[in-house]
Design a binder for this molecule. Structure first.
Ligand code: C2E
Ligand code: CA
Ligand code: CA
Length: 507
């Protein structure tokens, strides 16, 4: 039994699907953010160790060169070159006095005008974009020895190579003064990079005056998530879609039929269908009111699918009340076309006899059709036996005084048919369809019908044959003198408008 309308089911499925998509994606991004931070910290730490190693080597180199620089250039060049060859990082040494270049380990002499200006500065560590040797990035380490300045040049590759080795070309920068070096070996201004502090992890070297910076913004987090959690990211929308579909499917399968009944009751979805009851001359004598559930999505639902649950939940009483109200509404519109002594049969169950309300409802029904020759019939099945207590008997009495008739439905199919006749005042017996089906042949069905007939005559109870489907059955029922007939031979239960159009005289 469905629990929700289509729109509600779609909304619920969409909400859960999108909710899962957002939750899993957020979780994924949070994991990626934490993973990236850890990864960046590890990279900075490793890069720092590699870069410090290169700079420390220059420091050692300059310490070794210091005692040599007091001599004339010619005398120390070879010794200085030996030091350079022994160093894994350094490329050249320069000895300056004031602004004058005294000596280098280069084989080519440097022209005064070609000397880079940074040689004459004061910084201990210099990031140079254009080495006089390679024309590429270089790092220079400076040491003052007496009146002379000693500079060791190491290839920039030892710095940006370290950045690249631990983190690829992007995302990690070496910053010295106002310049930044990236993993490609390109230098740029450091200011724009450092402006976005919130999206950076900065690492100050403990030993030397440089900083390492790792980008840690949304773009890097997304890229990290894509690199490391691609499968989860791709599976998430599929999972969300599956959850949505599953929710849609399950919500349509009736997680809570009780709630659905309550909703339908509030929406007045239970409607009456009327099936004609004819007399032995084939004249209309009344109708049975049969409940249908006009479901907004499922269409008409037959009573067998919901009446048992409605009885179990106690909703059957208000549902029957609505059914009687709607039947009444229709009958009022056709009251002047109804045949005299028109019987309106309503199905009730044991729960209706737990309260006096059934009496007031029947009274209200009859009072609403003043001056009409209408008989109300309450049909009771034997499925649930009524308790024969004072209250029930009082209700039967009150109904009798109102002129309401009581019928035993599906007579002969339960265990308590005879007990009913014994304990309560019954006006009508409805012979079950299963006996009418076998009425044409010699056999138990015919015998049972003959016995019911005998019983009914003796007890002065009227008889209705249920489920009359063929002309032969009609004839047979008539021959037996059964008072009333009902069945598909005459008509199926019809919407009230159709019933009146087909069976009542035209206005
Ligand atoms: P029922 O009270 O015995 O109603 C007769 C059932 O037999 C109806 O089925 C009717 O459509 C069907 N019927 C009538 N003539 C023929 C025929 O010639 N051949 C066949 N094969 N069937 C025929 P429906 O409307 O599906 O109702 C089924 C049962 O649901 C009813 O059996 C009754 O027990 C219950 N029910 C229906 N409406 C109500 C209601 O308002 N309140 C309660 N408590 N029960 C109801
Ligand atoms: Ca019935
Ligand atoms: Ca019946």
């Amino acid at each position: 039994m469905p629990t929700e309308t289509l729109a509600q089911r779609l909304r619920l499925a969409g909400l859960l699907g999108v909710g899962l998509l957002i939750a899993l994606t957020l979780l994924n991004l949070m994991q990626a953010a934490a993973g990236l931070r850890k990864d960046n910290e590890r990279s900075l730490h490793h890069a720092e160790a590699m870069i410090d190693g290169a700079i420390d080597d220059s420091q050692t180199l300059l310490d070794a060169a210091s005692p040599l620089i007091g001599r004339a250039c010619k005398e120390n060049t070879l010794a200085l070159r030996d030091l350079i060859i022994a160093s894994p990082y350094a490329r050249a040494l320069y000895v300056l006095e004031g602004n004058r270049l005294l000596c280098t380990t280069l084989h080519r002499p440097l022209q005064e005008q070609n000397l880079p200006h940074y040689l004459f500065g004061k910084q201990d560590l210099i990031l140079a974009s254009h080495s006089p040797i390679t024309g590429q990035t270089a790092i220079l380490y400076r040491k003052q020895v007496g009146g002379r300045t000693l500079l060791a040049e190491l290839d920039g590759f030892h710095i940006f190579g370290a950045l690249r080795a631990v983190k690829g070309e992007e995302n990690l920068f070496f910053i010295l003064g106002d310049k930044a070096l990236d993993g490609y070996g390109r230098t740029q201004s450091a200011a724009p990079l450092l402006a976005d502090r919130g999206n950076l992890i900065v690492n100050l070297s403990d030993e030397h005056p440089y900083r390492l910076v790792a980008l840690n913004g949304y773009r890097q987090i997304l890229a990290f998530a894509w690199d490391y959690n691609r499968d989860t990211l791709l599976v998430t929308p599929v999972l969300a879609l599956l959850l949505g579909l599953l929710t849609f499917h399950l919500s349509g399968r009736g997680g809570s039929p009780r709630r659905e009944l309550a909703r339908a009751l509030a929406a007045r979805e239970f409607v009456p269908y009327l099936q004609p009851v004819m007399d032995s001359d084939g004249q209309l004598r009344g109708c049975e009111v049969l409940m249908r559930w006009r479901h907004p999505e499922q269409g008409m639902i037959a009573p067998n699918q919901f009446i048992p649950l409605a009885e179990e939940c106690g909703y059957i009483v208000p549902m029957t009340r609505q059914l009687m109200e709607q039947t009444l509404e229709h009958l009022r519109t056709v009251a002047d076309r109804l045949p005299p002594n028109f019987h309106v049969a309503v199905n009730v169950c044991a729960q209706h006899f737990k309260s006096q309300e059934i009496v007031s409802e029947c009274r209200a029904f009859l009072d609403a059709l003043p001056g009409q020759d209408i008989r109300l019939v309450l049909e009771l099945t034997e499925r649930e036996m009524l308790e024969c207590d004072e209250q029930t008997l009082a209700i039967f009495d009150a109904l009798d005084r109102l002129g309401v008739l009581v019928a035993i439905d599906d007579f002969g199919t339960g265990h308590s048919s005879l007990s009913y006749l014994q304990k309560f005042h019954v006006d009508i017996i409805k012979i079950d369809r299963s006996f009418i089906m076998g009425i044409q042949e010699e056999g138990p069905s015919r015998l049972i019908v003959e016995n019911i007939l005998d019983l009914a005559r003796r007890m002065e109870v009227a008889l209705v044959a249920e489920g009359v489907e063929t002309r032969d059955q009609v004839e047979m029922v008539r021959r037996y003198g059964i008072d009333y007939q009902q069945g598909f031979f005459f008509a199926k239960p019809l919407p009230p408008g159709d019933f009146s159009r087909h069976f009542l005289p035209h206005p």
